[in-house]
Ligand binder design. Sequence first.
Ligand SMILES: Cc1ncc(COP(=O)(O)O)c(C=O)c1O
Length: 385
Amino acid sequence: MNKQKYNFDEIIDRKLSNSIKWWESKDILPMWIADMDFKVADEILDAMKKTIDHGIIGYDDKPDSFYESIINWVKDRYNWEIKKEWLVFTPGVVPGLGISIKSFSKEGDKVIIQPPVYPPFYRVIENNNRRVVENSLIYKDNKYIMNIDDLEKNIDKDVKMAMICSPHNPVGRVWKKEELEVFGNLCLKNNIIMISDEIHCDLTFSDYKHIPLASISDEFANNTITFMAPSKTFNIAGLFASVAIIPNEKLRKLYNDTIENMEITHTNGFSIIGFEAAYKYGKNWLSQAIRYIEDNADFAVDYINKNIPEIKTYKPEGTFLMWLDFKPLGKTSEEINELLINKGKVQLNNGATFGTAGEGFFRLNIGCPREVLKEGLDRIKKAIQ
Ligand SMILES: Cc1ncc(COP(=O)(O)O)c(C=O)c1O
């Protein structure tokens, strides 16, 4: 097995690229949008370079080896046996959420989400004229948990779908089997289709293990659309390549019909090549990346506790995102954002965009070299002190 050692301390000037995160930032250090500043694994880049060297960029299809790479990855990592016919290539998880909303609900239907949560969860529901039902998480003793009593109260005949973020962006929870079971059983009992966004599933820290919601039982599998992707895992979000895993034939047909009606069945060849190479050859890079990110999380928690005691945080259980509580400052989200940008010259995601439950919080991207993280934390300190 390849034991190449990767250097996650390397600083690459992303201002030289079209990176959304970096290119307009001028003197502001960007620690917001969720891609990482680490160089992609050589194994993935080499596979893509081969296509370049071949010299023709025509219409490509997905070979059997593409599907096998997903099946093997999911079996190896999660001990979940999935079948080729369950898999539907999807050009990005967010598009997949939108396709799901269109496929499994109609205008006016209600969809449950658990804020604070990744903002597109709101958008795909509201922009398609469905109604958001907020089942906000409970924040207690530095930990978020699901509010099952509230979930039960919110369910009525109009609720047709529930979207779960697992692991959860932005709060960094890796849901336990028991938590998923309670959530899933309530959905099953009430005929609510579950959409499980598991894009962050491969990035869990040493004490935590991701459990695919649909792997819990055949009943769960039959009622769940799972999204996975190598995009966050291997820092290849720009390839816009993900997979919907849909064991239920009827639901899969509805999903495929929407994809076909929208004429988005194909993608570019680089996505296919990069996706497959990541799942086939990326394991060594990933284990080193996870270790580095976990060390970053420990570093950031320690730095904040020692140097910025005015704000509160905790170590996430996975993801490369941290959730910082600025509420003790007694300022509005806009006031804090203003301080971060204009005084500290650092940009985080404003928690208010993750729903009202995110007011007063900011999301920090720690998927970067330690030196950059330290600089970002110094700037946060400067902003508020
Ligand atoms: C929970 C979650 N889902 C989806 C996405 C984006 O997925 P994609 O780029 O494949 O649309 C992100 C990106 O941050 C995310 O955090």
